[in-house]
Design a protein around this ligand. Structure first.
Ligand SMILES: Cc1cc2nc3c(=O)[nH]c(=O)nc-3n(C[C@H](O)[C@H](O)[C@H](O)COP(=O)(O)OP(=O)(O)OC[C@H]3O[C@@H](n4cnc5c(N)ncnc54)[C@H](O)[C@@H]3O)c2cc1C
Length: 498
């Protein structure tokens, strides 16, 4: 059997499903296949649990954020303890420029359900029981060999193929793309539990000389416990309740008792980063492209931004709105963002796993000093929430942050803003601190000059919190900001009213 399509997405995990939503919404003919024959989420057990603010911002593009928020449990911040003492709080409520100033706890299986439902609403579907077994990228268009559950073999020719097929990606292997990783050898024990006692309302990280444990409220009295453990403690199977209770007692030192163990598992991730996210007309996204330390709970969130970044480019090119060269921005932007998140997640894990009294005292003192200097609010909160993801050359170091107007490639604040065009560039006209004379005429002039498919928004009426966020982002003087479909700044130029 031979078929022809515009885009073949291999893997209907969270990342492949978001990409399929993006493309379906733009009217692109896309097929989303998954080797799993079950119609439910690919992994019945919950892996990712945290959805960070920037993910909710970008998932607004496909109309999925509100359903996710309604299904999940919000934590307003992350509290860090050491030896039972509070070191500081990463308060996501300080993200004044985001419509989602909180972290959402939602089991990955539920996240996948919400995304698949959204795909169905948009007119798409997952093809279950279809496995990619070969990929020939030597011709003008890639040809995928697909094996159906009944044994039928199909050769599908596609304009583009995207591998969103997880850490052991067949697409990556068949394209011969190397996958290198840091030799971080840590075993994690996780469990979803019901606890009795004074349970915390927010996400907690407890550092201790025995290791670290994270306690994530899931709502309804349920919690996710995640902790590093010696390999030998879980060599005989999933972590038992006694182990998780001992971890809580020793590391968190809070009077909580596990009354019910709902689900438990241990795992030893193999971290890695693909040497490239694009080969010709084939792309990698999500865990197929990067496996990040689970310590920061960021892996799936990085994948969402891959899907969105690739989605508007692929859709634009296939609909003839963007030149094919627009696709070449995907690999450098997303590989740099994933590499940066790999480094910072690994650094967080090392920071948490200090051993020895002197090192622990030093780590705690560094945290407290950093908090006093405002670094938790200025660096840690944007890093965790992924609102600091940027595609410019400026500030690629994890500890870099900028003052002054946003630079090309940085995220433009969304709170209180008119919606950006999802598949076109948007022009924002910002009057600065005080609206200058001649403003209305300048707005009319710029509107008449803008390309037909570029919405133009006059921001002079913005008030309150949103205005303050825009003042911080766009500066005190009148400016024209051209913003990409994914909310990153393309150009910022002075706006002259005379
Ligand atoms: C224990 C654990 C906890 C985690 N916690 C977090 C967290 O809190 N926050 C976070 O952001 N991330 C977390 N992660 C990471 C997160 O689970 C992954 O980043 C996420 O699942 C990646 O999604 P994906 O769609 O790229 O790949 P996957 O979810 O792996 O989906 C890949 C899909 O491809 C299909 N497939 C594979 N091969 C083929 C083939 N040849 N043909 C057809 N289909 C194929 C599979 O069946 C699967 O459905 C955690 C991971 C683990 C293991």
């Amino acid at each position: 059997m031979s078929t022809s399509i515009q885009v073949l997405v291999v893997g209907a995990g969270p990342v492949g499903t978001v990409l399929a939503c993006e493309l379906t919404q733009q009217g692109v003919r896309v097929r989303l296949i998954d080797r799993d024959e079950r119609a439910g989420p690919a992994d019945p057990h919950s892996r990712a649990i945290l959805v960070w603010p920037r993910s909710l911002e970008v998932l607004r593009r496909i109309g999925a954020s509100e359903a996710l928020v309604a299904a999940g449990h919000r934590s307003s911040g992350v509290r860090y303890y050491s030896g039972g003492r509070l070191l500081g709080t990463a308060d996501l409520g300080t993200l004044a420029d985001s419509p989602y100033p909180f972290v959402l706890a939602l089991p990955q299986s539920r996240t996948e359900q919400v995304l698949r439902r959204r795909l169905a609403e948009l007119g798409g579907a997952v093809e279950h029981g279809v496995t990619l077994v070969d990929l020939d990228d030597t011709g003008e268009r890639p040809v995928a060999t697909l094996r159906h559950a009944d044994g039928t073999i199909e050769r599908a020719t596609a304009d583009y193929v995207v591998g969103a097929d997880g850490p052991a990606s067949a697409v990556r292997t068949l394209l011969g793309i190397r996958f290198d990783g840091d030799p971080v050898d840590v075993t994690y024990a996780i469990g979803d539990v019901v606890v009795g006692g004074p349970a915390p309302a927010d996400l907690q990280y407890y550092y201790s000389r025995h290791g670290v444990v994270a306690l994530v409220p899931l709502g309804g009295g349920r919690f996710r416990i995640a902790a590093n453990v010696p390999h030998r403690d879980v060599a005989d199977g999933p972590p038992p309740r006694e182990l998780l209770q001992r971890i809580l007692d020793e590391r968190a030192r809070v009077p909580l008792t596990i009354t019910d163990l709902l689900w438990t598992r241990s795992f030893r991730p193999r971290l890695g980063l693909a040497e490239t996210f694009q080969k010709g007309r084939c792309f990698l996204a999500g865990d197929a492209a990067h496996v990040i330390s689970p310590a920061g709970g960021q892996g799936m969130n990085v994948g969402f931004q891959d899907a969105v970044n690739l989605g508007w480019r692929l859709g634009g090119v296939l609909r003839g709105r963007l030149p094919a060269t627009a696709l070449s921005g995907y690999d450098p932007e997303r590989r740099a963002a994933a590499a940066r998140m790999s480094r910072t997640s690994a650094a967080q894990a090392r920071f948490a796993l200090q051993r020895g009294t002197a090192r622990i005292a030093l780590r705690d003192a560094a945290f407290i000093a950093g908090r006093a200097a405002g670094l938790v609010r200025r660096i840690l909160v944007p890093l965790l929430s992924q609102t600091d993801v940027h595609y410019g050359s400026a500030g690629t170091h994890p500890l870099a942050w900028r003052r002054g107007p946003v630079q090309p490639g940085q995220r433009v604040p969304l709170a209180g803003m008119p919606p950006l065009a999802p598949y076109a560039f948007t022009m924002l006209l910002w009057p600065g601190s005080r609206t200058p004379t001649g403003w209305a005429a300048a707005v009319a002039r710029l509107r008449s000059k803008a390309p037909a498919d570029m919405p133009v928004h006059d921001l002079s009426a913005t008030a309150g919190r949103a205005r303050r966020a825009l003042r911080r982002a766009l500066g005190a003087r009148p400016r024209v900001a051209v913003v990409r479909p994914d909310g990153h700044l393309s150009r910022l130029t002075p706006l002259h009213t005379t």
